[in-house]
Design a protein around this ligand. Structure first.
Ligand SMILES: [Zn+2]
Length: 280
């Protein structure tokens, strides 16, 4: 359905461009003025209703922006589509990644296919700049998360905020992963990791691969999760870019998006364009 909409939008754009060129050729005095009148990228409209949110409808995949937190629990039987095994990194003599994998510990791991592809690209780019990154946690099922949560409760006697309760873990989406520098592969994770050059590289570069820092330092009141400089969440490049440039959390993104959808529909925008982006 989304692909169909995408295709229709593209066709419409091509038609507009073609019409525009023809007119522009006929009256070449007004060429530039006419062109910018028709294709004004900051005023995307659907059925003549403007979509004023900074990220276009077509640049958001419902599955990729799915929220899992204490308020929005994933169902017990929720398993992401496209889960794949994470291959171990193999390099040839030229230092090229021949396995389509990453370095990892505590595995084997699974991730959603899109997330894995982006993670491989991110780790390869980091390596090219001299930073080795290790995947330390990937997809976790509802059941695994339950064990982890119960064990933590038993050990400490209370919920210390370090292990998400079942259904609320970003790891259950298949799009969340913990990525750490080598010297942190075998020690307890804490926010001191943020001082490592690898982690700083990740924070500065993750968005261009489609990742956000899911649990930022200054947003613990919003996420209700401690700062985790290692936890990346794949959302796709356009959404990641917007979130990271504006210092948002996924929760805040959804709040803004919900308001934009409400305004769009209230102005007569077609519900079918946005209904799969709305949270249940
Ligand atoms: Zn994590």
């Amino acid at each position: 359905m989304r692909n169909l909409l995408r295709m229709l939008a593209l066709l419409l754009l091509l038609t507009l461009l073609a019409g525009c060129n023809a007119t522009a050729l006929a009256e070449d005095d007004d060429e530039e003025i006419y062109f910018s009148d028709v294709i004004s990228m900051d005023m995307i409209t659907y059925n003549n209703v403007p979509w004023e949110f900074p990220v276009d409808i077509m640049d958001m995949e419902p599955e990729l922006i799915r929220l899992a937190n204490k308020q929005t629990l994933l169902p017990k039987d929720f398993v992401p589509q496209n889960l794949v095994d994470v291959p171990k990194l193999r390099l040839n003599d030229a230092g090229e990644n021949t396995s389509g994998g990453v370095r990892y510990v505590d595995g084997p791991w699974q991730l959603s296919r899109e997330c894995l592809q982006a993670l491989v690209a991110l780790c390869d780019a980091a390596r090219a700049e001299g930073y080795e990154l290790y995947l330390k946690s990937g997809y976790r099922s509802y059941r695994t998360q339950s064990y982890m949560y119960e064990n933590r409760l038993e050990k400490y006697g209370y919920d210390d905020g370090w292990v998400a309760r079942p259904g609320s873990s970003d790891h259950q989406t298949g799009l969340g992963c913990d990525v750490v520098p080598k010297k942190w592969t075998d020690r307890g994770m804490n926010e001191d990791m943020a001082r490592e050059p690898e982690t700083q590289w990740m924070a500065a570069n993750c968005a261009r691969f489609g990742f956000i820092l899911r649990y930022p330092a200054d947003k613990e009141d919003v996420t209700q999760i401690n700062y985790e400089p290692w936890h990346l969440r794949y959302v796709g490049v356009p959404v990641a870019t917007y979130i990271m440039e504006n210092g948002l959390t996924l929760e805040e993104f959804h709040e803004e998006l919900a308001a934009a959808i409400e305004a769009f529909v209230a102005a007569g925008g077609p519900v079918s364009m946005v209904d799969d982006l709305m949270m249940d």
